[in-house]
Design a binder for this molecule. Structure first.
Ligand code: THU
Length: 159
């Protein structure tokens, strides 16, 4: 028997089609991307989270000579947020990624490990996080929850 899982995402044609809040988040993620410590991959990623109190929290990828010790922008940002604002609800996440010194228009989705981490915080706050991902220009993809990026997810309900 073959079964199907439906996932859905929204395509926003370009930056100019974002609302004011979304533009602020895009700008914040793009600006903090410049702080990425990505001397090994030269792939720079910025992340901006919107909290329910209106605050924007940002972070970038941080690499290491021992490669697996580095951390993606999404986890850098979401861990810092939970550490410092443990009660805050995260409503939106923006991710902007592109190679250094290259204008790319291919949306950069969160990696598998980041999806798993984002899922943990959706569960913690019992509220989905809207995820927007993009490159420096071009289309912006949006999902209503990380569940649309991670079908068959493993969470605490199995433990
Ligand atoms: N990277 C992120 O920061 N987020 C992702 O979701 C994809 C990958 C970083 C990790 C590493 O520093 C560089 O991009 C190349 O993989």
């Amino acid at each position: 028997m073959e079964k199907e899982i439906k996932i859905s995402f929204h395509v926003i044609p370009s930056y100019k089609d974002l609302d004011e809040t979304e533009k602020k988040l895009f700008d914040a993620a793009k600006a903090v991307r410049e702080n990425a410590y990505a001397n090994y991959s030269n792939f720079l990623v910025g992340c901006a989270l919107l909290l329910d109190n209106g605050e924007i929290v940002t972070g970038s990828n941080q690499e290491n000579a021992a490669y697996p010790s580095g951390l993606c922008a999404e986890r850098t940002t979401i861990y810092w947020t939970s550490a410092n604002f443990p009660k805050a609800q995260i409503t939106k996440m923006f991710v902007i990624g592109a190679p250094r010194n290259m204008l790319s228009s291919q949306p950069i989705p969160p990696c598998g490990a980041c999806r798993q981490s984002i899922l943990e915080y959706e569960a913690k706050q019992d509220q989905p996080i809207e995820i927007y991902f993009a490159s420096l220009e071009g289309e912006i993809f949006k999902t209503k929850s990380v569940r649309d990026l991670l079908p068959f997810s493993f969470d605490s309900s199995f433990l």
